[in-house]
Write a protein that binds this ligand. Structure first.
Ligand SMILES: *[C@@H]1O[C@H](CO)[C@@H](O)[C@H](O)[C@H]1NC(C)=O
Ligand SMILES: *[C@@H]1O[C@H](CO)[C@@H](O)[C@H](O)[C@H]1NC(C)=O
Ligand SMILES: *[C@@H]1O[C@H](CO)[C@@H](O)[C@H](O)[C@H]1NC(C)=O
Ligand SMILES: *[C@@H]1O[C@H](CO)[C@@H](O)[C@H](O)[C@H]1NC(C)=O
Ligand SMILES: *[C@@H]1O[C@H](CO)[C@@H](O)[C@H](O)[C@H]1NC(C)=O
Ligand SMILES: *[C@@H]1O[C@H](CO)[C@@H](O)[C@H](O)[C@H]1NC(C)=O
Ligand SMILES: *[C@@H]1O[C@H](CO)[C@@H](O)[C@H](O)[C@H]1NC(C)=O
Ligand SMILES: CC(=O)N[C@H]1CO[C@H](CO)[C@@H](O)[C@@H]1O
Length: 424
């Protein structure tokens, strides 16, 4: 702040000096120089202002971190309490008489946790809501939301994992208790029927808690765009359900697309094995593959559109979109599913691969009995027998082993490719 004021005073001084000397010819150059200096000074003081604003906003991030920390503490407390209660109740199912009492204790313990945690989470949500404009502001100048969402990655990830574990534990123990109460019910004790109803209520609030905590973590780029409409294209932390967090490139145009494949300069080697294609490789800000496990998590049980953007070496750009895009789970070898096509790049290049399993150089799932397509064509793809497109092929060659899309109107080797998804 002090240097900001100093700059300001300096700017004012130079302004008044330049006014006095403007009539003198010999000082004309000086005047131009001073004007330029003024412009630069103004820029500097703007930058200073921006920096001091960011510092103010840093407190907001800190407060949010603290809230997350608190939630984590809550989780730990619940875990400890739950362990004691489980030791006392679940592991001693035989002691019927005291079970009701212990279930009641568990009930009240859990409701108090739910209410506290929900209060904490809704606090957090309110904080984000209240500070949305500020957050948007910072983002314009520093892409601050990337810091907000991913700056404290270890903290966010840690919280999400421990929170998820706890929720699973609680829901497992609820299931356990339901089974127990059902067993007792068979012996005709009415009080267990009442307990069962209470358990249903608990399950409901657990579900709500789960939903509200997961809502806090953006699943994909669309979620980020929805929360922060002015988000720029760039790398963000995403938290797909049922998989670990990942860094992804977000194309924030038209509602927010999650980019999962990009080629643009040949810097990244795409001739890789199953596990690397499963968990992803490359750098999201440049060339990369997000990872089949994430693409699966993002597309399963949702209605997704796939969009492929291509530019060939003659600089002609085309695109293809497919509805109902998803890839199946690993047990089904990340099988590709696509629906109807629209675009101008030609549909058959990918339609030929519809319903095929993923094949890598170390995992041959293709339809060719005699050939191992991934090895033959130096790529990894949903090979049939073998390909009409090979977007993960060798960037440096212009033959069947290269980055090829057969139905392209002219030359079918690609200089840039992007594959991205958006779901409803
Ligand atoms: C300061 O931030 C504003 C937006 O808040 C931006 O338009 C401007 O370019 C920034 N100035 C500098 C010098 O970074
Ligand atoms: C619960 O029981 C397990 C296994 O008997 C034991 O290791 C653990 O320390 C107990 N937890 C508490 C909080 O008493
Ligand atoms: C049902 O269980 C409760 C609590 O264990 C007990 O107080 C009550 O006597 C039981 N009733 C019958 C009919 O067994
Ligand atoms: C992120 O969280 C860690 C652990 O709580 C903390 O030590 C660190 O200061 C935080 N970083 C920022 C930038 O808030
Ligand atoms: C929490 O919600 C997620 C997303 O809907 C779901 O996948 C997960 O199974 C839920 N966990 C529990 C314990 O309900
Ligand atoms: C998915 O969305 C598209 C476009 O909104 C629609 O045409 C299609 O019927 C939907 N598919 C399913 C399975 O809901
Ligand atoms: C394609 O565009 C690049 C960059 O603008 C340019 O250097 C190159 O000459 C163009 N190639 C053709 C075939 O027009
Ligand atoms: C940050 C925050 O509000 N944390 C609260 C979470 O809930 C517990 C229990 O009510 C409070 O003690 C914390 O202050």
């Amino acid at each position: 702040m002090e240097s900001f004021s100093a700059f300001f005073i300096l700017v004012v001084c130079i302004s008044s000096v330049s006014g006095d000397t403007s009539s003198d010819d010999g000082r004309g150059n000086m005047n131009v120089f001073q004007k330029e200096l003024l412009v630069q000074m103004k820029k500097l003081s703007n930058a200073q202002e921006n920096i001091s604003r960011s510092v103010d906003n840093y407190d907001l991030f800190r407060a949010m971190s603290d809230k997350i920390d608190n939630l984590e503490e809550e989780n730990k407390k619940l875990k400890r309490g739950l362990e004691i209660l489980m030791n006392n109740t679940i592991l001693e199912k035989k002691r019927t008489e005291s079970n009701t009492e212990k279930l009641n204790a568990l009930h009240s313990f859990m409701s108090s946790f739910n209410i506290d945690a929900m209060r904490n989470i809704s606090d957090l949500e309110a904080m984000i809501r209240d500070n949305k404009e500020t957050l948007n502001d910072i983002q314009v100048s520093t892409n601050g939301i990337q810091i907000a969402m991913s700056g404290n990655i270890s903290l966010m990830d840690k919280f999400r994992v421990s929170h998820g574990n706890i929720l699973n534990e609680v829901s497992n123990s609820l299931r356990d208790l339901e089974i127990t109460t059902k067993t007792y019910e068979r012996f005709g004790n009415d009080s267990f029927a009442k307990l069962e109803m209470e358990l249903n209520v608990l399950s409901g609030s657990l579900k709500k808690l789960n939903e509200s905590s997961f809502r806090f973590f953006p699943k994909d780029c669309q979620d980020i765009q929805k929360t922060f409409p002015v988000s720029k294209n760039g790398v963000y932390r995403i938290y797909p359900y049922d998989s670990e967090a990942a860094n992804a490139y977000c194309d924030m145009t038209n509602g927010g697309w999650t980019v999962f494949q990009r080629r643009q300069n040949g810097k990244t080697n795409f001739y890789r094995g199953w596990n690397e294609y499963k968990s992803g490789f490359g750098s999201p800000g440049d060339e990369y593959w997000l990872g089949n496990s994430y693409i699966h998590s993002l597309t399963i049980n949702r209605n997704c559109t796939l969009r492929i953007d291509l530019t060939n070496w003659d600089n002609i750009s085309r695109y293809a979109t497919y509805t109902d895009f998803r890839i199946e789970n690993e047990a089904d070898n990340y099988r590709l599913r696509i629906g109807s096509y629209s675009g101008n790049a030609g549909h058959y290049s990918l339609s030929y691969h519809n319903n095929q399993e993923f094949t890598t150089k170390d995992r041959d799932n293709d339809k060719s009995s005699s050939r191992h397509c991934a090895v033959l064509y130096t790529g990894a793809w949903w090979y049939n027998a073998c390909h009409h497109s090979n977007l993960n092929g060798d960037y440096s060659v212009r033959n069947d082993k290269g980055v090829r899309w057969w139905s392209y109107p002219s030359s079918d080797f690609m200089k840039t490719t992007t594959m991205k998804l958006k779901c409803t």
